[in-house]
Each structure stands twice: as C-alpha cells, then as structure tokens.
Design a protein around this ligand. Structure first.
Ligand SMILES: *Cc1c(COP(=O)(O)O)cnc(C)c1O
Length: 352
C-alpha cells in the first residue's frame, strides 16, 4: 500500500545503544528517550526499551497510555493541562511542570489514585518557552511543592533551542546548576535528576562544557536521526538514513512549466513564484500537504526535484528520467517531515 514510510528499526536500536554509551561517557546517567515523532506508532519499543535508555517520554498522554506493557518509567514532557491531570497521574510516572496550580491538581489526583506522582520542575534559562524564569523568585513555590504528600520533586530541568533558538553552553547550563544549588541548600532537599535539555545539548558532548551536576537529557532527534540540533550536525558513527517515504506516480506528462493565462493564489491561499523552464516532464504522486510539508521531503533520486503540490498532490520535475505512471518515487524525510507523516492516517507505516 502506498504512500508508505519505511522505518529501519535496527538503525534506531543501534543509535540508542550508541547514545547510551556516549551519554554515559559525558556523565549523563539518565537518557530519557522522547518518542513523540512516531505519534504513538511504536512497534519497535520492546527492543528499544532494552538498549540502556532509562526512561521513555512523549508530549501526549494518549501515546503514553499505549505503553502500559513497557517496564521503563514514563515521562510526560509537555507540561500538563489541568483538565488531563487524571490521565497524567494514571499513565505517566513523571511529568515536567512549571505551574503550582497544576502541580496541586496532580497531587489531588495522585491522592485519589493512591499514588505518588513524580515531577521535574522546569526552569527557563532564556529560550522563553516553559519554566520558571531562572532569575526570578521560585523558592516559595518549591517550598509548597515539598509539602504535597502525593508529589515527589524528582529534579529540575530546562528546555533549550526550541522557541528562542538559545543554544546550550556552560554559561547557560550553569544557570540551572545555580537553581539546583539554591533549592538544595535553602530547602534541604536532594534533587536526583538535573535534566539539561534535549538533542541540542548533545553538541556539547566531549567538550567539557556540560556542568558535572547535569546527569540527564531528554533525547529524540539525536537518537532517531543521529543529529545534534544546535547546528544540525550529524553525530559520528550514528545511522542517519533511517526513514524512507515511498509514493506512487498517478500522472506523468510533458507540460509547460508556466500556468497559461492570468494567475492569482493557489489552494492554500499563497501566491507562488513559478519559473519558466519551458516544456518539462511532470509527475504527480499521490500524497499531499495534508500528509507532510513538501519542503521536508528530499527526493533520493538526484534527477528529480519537487515543484510543488496541493492537499493531495505532489508535483515533481522528472525531465530526463524514465519514470512512468505506477512507478514508485522515494524520499528522505527530516524530523518535522517524519512527525507529520506518522500523524497521517493515509500513510502506511512499515517497521523493518
Ligand atoms: C520534544 C522534546 C524533547 C526532545 O527533543 P529532541 O530535540 O527531539 O531531542 C525534550 N524535551 C521536551 C520538553 C520536548 O518537548
């Protein structure tokens, strides 16, 4: 069935093992693998959970709900909605949090479910997404959290290079270490986990720039694509070609490259600039913008280029090739490309 995405499971497992070792040699003892890019399609999870990763995380509680059989502690990495507190306590062991009101609600739910729910308190070091701002007051809230009978403050964490593009370095990460020291000395607690960010922090491996207090990272793209995300550089010895999208050609004809007549906007309300390349051989594949943002596809055959498309059509320039109706065209996809494809019910997912 087409279109389909082929997932090289053994490459992913291999990357996870390599990441666990690489992280360990950088004093990162807790590797939380964040699997949200698979949108809950996690056929490889059993062997993946045995690679030495210590936690499994997702941004959506519905995806964690599917992982009841996996032994590892489950982490909800998007700070919870008040309205989902019941499910958060039921299906995750740990959640990232930044609002006292929400943490109190989690405490109530954990009480009802006769559980202890663990939290990692998030600190914003300047990227300006979630977390208590590191240089503002937070101790009163932490003191209240420590009073809650069904909440355990497991540690603190930060998220970088997501909204503001702030890249990690020792100065930035030491802001988190300072928070740890203040909390531990003022409130006489020991924080077990200091979570120093996501795949963008991987760029600091083997540079001595990760403070020794940081003992955990939450990693998705670096494991699944073998790339650090501060500068999008490939990590040496990791597998990088792990996903292949296959689509089927439904039309293939020689046509002009310029629309004939007066033009306005396309079906997405955009004015597109079209270059006149004369007559060209054009192929239409049965996939479209409702499945993936076309810019996130890279044709594997270098003789092909993406011209554009609409909700259900992808148009390719296949001039000087032998492609014909019924042929399959393959693409590499990047992280956002995979994310959208895994979320589309119209894409067959094939785990090899
Ligand atoms: C998605 C996410 C991660 C993992 O990010 P990668 O760049 O894929 O490593 C970590 N933490 C949070 C809070 C996330 O939302």
């Amino acid at each position: 069935m087409y279109p389909r995405i082929i997932i090289e499971t053994h490459h992913i497992i291999d990357n996870a093992k390599k990441m666990v070792n690489l992280a360990k040699s950088n004093h990162i003892d807790y590797v939380m693998a964040i699997v949200k890019v698979f949108a809950g399609h996690l056929d490889f999870l059993k062997p993946f959970s045995q690679t030495g990763i210590t936690h499994i995380g997702d941004s959506r509680i519905q995806n964690l709900e599917k992982l009841k059989d996996i032994e590892l502690p489950k982490v909800l990495v998007r700070i919870p909605m008040l309205s989902e507190a019941n499910k958060v306590v039921r299906y995750s062991d740990i959640s990232l949090n930044s609002e006292l009101k929400t943490i109190k609600k989690l405490n109530q739910e954990a009480h009802k479910q006769n559980k202890k729910h663990q939290i990692i308190l998030m600190f914003d070091l300047g990227d300006l997404r979630e977390g208590y701002y590191h240089s503002q007051a937070y101790l009163d809230d932490v003191r209240e959290i420590l009073q809650l009978n069904h909440i355990e403050l497991l540690g603190i964490g930060t998220n970088l290079t997501c909204y503001g593009g702030l890249v990690p370095n020792s100065d930035v990460l030491n802001r988190l270490v300072k928070v740890k020291n203040v909390i531990e000395s003022e409130l006489s607690v020991k924080l077990k986990i200091i979570s120093g960010g996501n795949s963008s922090t991987v760029t600091l491996f083997n540079t001595n720039q990760i403070p020794k207090e940081v003992n955990s990272l939450r990693l998705g793209e670096s494991i699944f694509f073998g790339k650090e995300t501060s500068y999008s550089k490939e990590i040496k010895d990791f597998n990088h070609q792990n996903y292949r999208l296959e689509t089927e050609i439904i039309e293939c004809k020689i046509k002009p490259s310029l629309p004939e007549g007066t033009t306005s906007i396309n079906s997405f309300g955009e004015k597109v600039e079209i270059e006149d390349k004369g007559l060209m051989k054009r192929a239409i594949c049965a996939i479209g913008k409702q499945d993936v943002i076309l810019e996130n596809l890279e044709p594997i055959d270098p003789n092909i280029s993406v011209i554009g498309g609409s909700s259900d059509h992808l148009i390719l320039d296949v001039t000087n090739t032998n492609y014909k109706v019924g042929d399959i065209v393959s693409f590499n996809v990047n992280y956002p490309g995979l994310l959208h494809l895994m979320n589309s019910d119209y894409i067959d997912k094939v785990f090899k």
